[in-house]
Design a protein around this ligand. Structure first.
Ligand code: DAH
Length: 339
């Protein structure tokens, strides 16, 4: 007769779900022991049959219960096992490589864009490669003008339809003409982006730097609008009260023209004492020259406007008290990792 006690013992020793399945097939499956034992009963006397039937039914119930209990136990164990394997080990050592740091330049540019957006300026980036017409002539700098010499740049082999070589833009003012033609007037737009120049490098000059050009054209725009809006923009971007001053200067594409300087202070982080305080030129601005408007198809008798060009690298330097704008781009990890 079928010995179910033995089967129960075997069930107890089982460690895995696979083993459990084997034992199930062996004792409880259709072809196996218990089923066969029921079949064997056919040859027994009615008395014996009754007895054996009772024992076998009990055995079946007990075995099924034991099987279910084991199944549950092993399943929970298996789930916990795989959860343990998937756990993230928070005790792991930190990577010795610093994979990110803040980019002060990008941060200032993004914030400047947000400020401009909130003042309803359109934002365009334009391209680094431009024609000589865009970079110089469209902003009233004839190619023979000495200003082209002052803003020498990299010339490409490729040429424009006139046969003039394409260049890397020296100023984001090169987008003025394009923007007026694209959006028409009235217009309020800014162009943040990189510019390139043949430059004697020092703490405030680099051969590649970031500018933000702004242009506002409408009827009755005056120099008072320009002054007010530029001051608002500057204090929003610099996030602190910065002392500014206006000076006359000369730019061929505006008339009259002026430059705005900001007081630039460096404080020693250890002692808290000011180690430097001087004026830094932050932007050029002025009322758009009638010729620039005309070249973009706008009647200067009907419309006027102002334009400004800020050095974003310098703005970042003033805001964070950085000694030398070349730190922003020279890849010195000691600088990068300190933010
Ligand atoms: N484009 C000039 C430069 O790079 C900056 C500038 C001056 C832009 C006066 C202007 C402006 O829009 O009105 O030096």
């Amino acid at each position: 007769m079928f010995d179910y006690k033995w089967a129960l013992k075997e069930l107890e020793t089982i460690q895995t779900l696979e083993q459990l399945e084997e034992v199930f097939q062996k004792y409880l499956g259709k072809q196996w022991s218990l089923t066969l034992a029921f079949k064997e009963m056919a040859s027994l006397s009615p008395e014996e049959k009754k007895e054996a039937g009772k024992t076998l039914s009990e055995a079946k119930t007990l075995l099924n219960e034991a099987y279910e209990a084991k199944l549950q136990e092993l399943s929970i164990y298996q789930i916990n096992e795989s959860l343990n394997k998937d756990l993230v080990d928070f005790s792991l050592e930190k990577s010795p490589y610093n994979i990110w740091h803040r980019s002060l330049l990008a941060e200032v540019r993004r914030e400047a864009e947000e400020v401009c957006k909130s003042m309803w300026f359109i934002i365009e980036y334009g391209t680094d490669v431009v024609t000589k017409f865009e970079n110089f002539e469209s902003v009233n700098i004839p190619l023979s003008h000495p200003a082209t010499e002052m803003q020498d740049t990299i010339y490409l082999k490729e040429t424009d339809p006139r046969g003039e070589p394409l260049i890397l833009r020296t100023q984001t003012s090169s987008m003025q003409n394009f923007m007026i033609k694209k959006y028409g007037v009235p217009l309020k737009a800014v162009v943040p982006g990189k510019v390139y120049r043949y430059e004697n490098m020092d703490a405030t000059h680099d051969t590649m730097f970031y500018q933000l050009e702004g242009i506002v054209v409408d009827k009755w725009v005056t120099i008072a609008h320009a002054k007010h809006m530029i001051e608002k923009l500057l204090s929003a971007i610099l996030k602190k009260d910065v002392e500014t001053r206006m000076r006359p200067w000369y730019f061929p594409f505006v008339e009259p023209w002026f430059e705005i300087d900001a007081r630039y202070e460096i404080t020693d982080p250890k002692t808290g004492k000011k180690t430097m305080s001087k004026w830094m030129e932050l932007l050029g601005a002025g009322m758009i020259h009638p010729k620039v408007l005309e070249m973009a198809g706008v009647d200067p008798k009907e419309y006027s406007g102002f334009a400004f060009g800020m050095g974003l690298s310098r703005l970042a330097a003033v805001r964070y008290g950085i000694k030398d704008i070349r730190y922003f781009t020279n890849g010195d990890l000691r600088f990068a990792q300190s933010f």
